[in-house]
Design a protein around this ligand. Sequence first.
Ligand SMILES: Cc1cc2nc3c(=O)[nH]c(=O)nc-3n(C[C@H](O)[C@H](O)[C@H](O)COP(=O)(O)OP(=O)(O)OC[C@H]3O[C@@H](n4cnc5c(N)ncnc54)[C@H](O)[C@@H]3O)c2cc1C
Ligand code: FES
Length: 305
Amino acid sequence: MCINSLREYTPQKKGRVQTKLQSNLLKRSSVPPSFDSVNRMRIVEIMEVRKESANVKTFTFIDKLCGKAEPGQFVMVWIPGVDEIPMSLSAITSEGLSSITVDEVGEASRALNQKEKGDQIGVRGPFGNGFVPAGGNVMIVGGGTGLAPLMPLTEKLAKVADKVTVMSGVKCRDNLLFLDRIDNILSEVNSETVFTTEDGSYGIECLVVDQVEQKLMKERFDMVYTCGPEQMMYNMFLLAEQYKVPLQASLERIMRCAIGLCGSCQIGKLRVCKDGPVLNSEQLRSVKEEFGKFQLDLTGKKIKL
Ligand SMILES: Cc1cc2nc3c(=O)[nH]c(=O)nc-3n(C[C@H](O)[C@H](O)[C@H](O)COP(=O)(O)OP(=O)(O)OC[C@H]3O[C@@H](n4cnc5c(N)ncnc54)[C@H](O)[C@@H]3O)c2cc1C
Ligand code: FES
């Protein structure tokens, strides 16, 4: 009998006596949640809304399954009467408090950003494969709101890595995210932070990728993690290949089912919802004809990025 079926095996349901072994297995936190429970829509109440910048807000809610997510996993968020859209978890706590950080780009994200404390939204997930934490000297590179899924990862890496370098690139000072949070996480670990803006209003005036190259020229990294605009991640991929550093990148594609069925998130032979959203160097090499170049639009047509 597999562990998943043991979870459903209760004396009440089957009218049988639960053995000690089964009872112990049920108690273990490592028991993975069943697929049905992960994919079932849960209605959650927004506990807190935090304005991060002019267009970006963080929403906190309580959900047991999201509390068990890995950094880099995402949820499908239902905004009643509007749409269901994918959002990475930007905070994950064992107490079950989780957050999403939403950049207002269109109808659904605008409607979501108008929600207030006490309002309800639906969540399915967490879905996909998250980041795999590495030890040693690690670099985290976020572009714009792409920093969101990298925050729970930074928290995890601060506990296991020898050194954590966080590089964050935005257009201008007003778009900067999570400054205090990064400070708090890294205050007592061997770390470095680099901020870049395109207009020079904060940190170094350049694209973040340019600073990444400077770092890679001087220092040996064991792993680089990135999330942001696809062109930025593609350039990160080229750099990582050139400097022979393994990379993990969190990709975005149109998502509907989020469970590998509909094909709307296809890239090469991979489905970003199931094989990703975090893809490693080997997977990125396998889709390099499309990565940074094409995606499927809402109708399933291949379009240039
Ligand atoms: C795995 C994953 C994690 C994401 N995490 C975040 C996050 O943490 N914060 C954040 O602000 N955004 C995140 N996004 C992007 C977010 O899902 C889109 O910005 C959102 O769906 C746009 O919907 P809209 O109706 O507001 O805009 P629209 O006007 O519908 O679209 C605006 C843009 O978003 C894209 N888009 C539209 N619908 C979808 C969809 N169902 N799936 C993916 N892209 C879509 C369109 O191609 C278009 O480029 C993530 C996307 C993915 C795939
Ligand atoms: S969203 Fe349907 S297969 Fe990925």
